[in-house]
Design a binder for this molecule. Structure first.
Ligand code: SF4
Length: 340
């Protein structure tokens, strides 16, 4: 698909999503938007966000990631320069033998060939195999409708040629299980048949899936409804995982009232309260015995308005237990902390 058509789609999506932000057209096309390291139970993680044309969907409520991207086409030439830049960064070159997971994002969909060139994706695989010999997981962030068998086949072959056994993890945003909240309120544009086709295709290659959910993402949801939504998500993903023999992770982000968003305004008006941490623990507890591994995002990165976070005074022991649960998967930790 040609650039101007994609630009039109992005503008149409932004308009439908009520977005008022400007795009970041001034960034150097030869340098990734962001790179950073994370230490985790999966070892050293390198996170890279490539600078490309913005997300073609661009409608999701509260998402301003496209504002970090450009409306212009970024072709394979500049994208290859970004990949070269990544692997020549001293901190990446110096730690390349320790990197066990690489997470690749473009603030949109890495597997949308209209915004992330296939030539550049192939080149990325070349550099990954050459530069990261101990890589165990390659994670690609994308919307599920952009995942096709040709890409999975190519990625599978390339990963098999690497020096170490590397799993592909495809990460998709789901946000809420309730279809009305997900698609009408959130404008996620994700229907279950599309997700199920994606799970089936990923399963054919023995890859794994990560799904992002939010607990109590919108005003008007009670704490009980928010817990029930995550319980339904766990049941559903458990079924999908078993049916297609695909490992599925659920990354649960308790919602906070982020500065500068309508949610923060609703919080200030007294119309929204973030989920209670004890309800986050209750939501997670459902995954015991399920074929779904849950990880709880516990940090609001300082972006919550005062009092608008999900960790309140008195929650310290439970926050610690959830942090430990993330590392161990031990459900006993959640039961050991009494509810407030
Ligand atoms: S698909 Fe992702 S990047 Fe695009 S608007 Fe939705 S949340 Fe934002």
């Amino acid at each position: 698909m040609a650039g101007p058509d994609v630009s039109r789609q992005i503008l149409m999506g932004s308009k439908e999503g009520g977005k008022t932000y400007a795009f970041n057209d001034d960034h150097d096309e030869g340098i990734p938007a962001q790179t950073w390291f994370q230490e985790s139970d999966e070892g050293l993680i390198l996170f890279v966000v490539f600078y490309t044309q913005a997300c073609r969907w661009s409608r999701c409520l509260g998402c301003n990631l496209p504002s970090q991207s450009t409306l212009k086409t970024v072709g394979y030439g500049p994208l290859i320069r970004q990949i070269d830049h990544l692997f020549t960064l001293p901190e990446v070159a110096g730690r390349r033998l320790d990197i066990q997971k690489l997470i690749v994002s473009n603030n949109g969909s890495v597997l949308d060939e209209a915004t992330f060139s296939s030539t550049a994706l192939m080149y990325l695989m070349v550099r990954v195999n050459l530069n990261l010999p101990r890589l165990r997981v390659l994670c690609l962030e994308t919307r599920p409708e952009y995942v096709d068998l040709a890409e999975l086949e190519f990625l599978s072959r390339a990963l098999k040629e690497g020096d170490s056994a590397t799993q592909l993890e495809v990460a998709v945003g789901f946000e809420a299980f309730d279809a009305r909240i997900r698609n009408e309120v959130f404008r996620k544009g994700l229907d279950l048949p599309v997700f199920e086709r994606f799970v089936r295709d990923v399963g054919r290659y023995g890859f794994r899936i990560k799904t992002y959910f939010m607990q109590k993402p919108v005003p008007g949801m009670t704490d009980e409804e928010a817990v029930a939504d995550i319980h339904q998500a766990i049941d559903y993903l458990d079924g999908q995982s078993r049916a297609h023999n695909v490992p599925i992770n659920l990354h649960l982000n308790p919602t906070y009232a982020a500065r500068g968003t309508p949610l923060a305004e609703a919080f200030t008006r007294g119309e929204y309260q973030p989920p209670r941490l004890v309800d986050v623990a209750r939501a997670v507890a459902k995954a015991e015995g399920a074929n779904v591994k849950v990880f709880v995002g516990l940090f609001d990165e300082g972006l919550a308005v005062p009092g608008g976070g999900f960790i309140r005074p008195g929650d310290e022991a439970l926050a610690k237990a959830l942090d430990e649960f993330n590392k161990t998967g031990d459900f006993g930790l959640l039961k050991a902390v009494p509810a407030k």
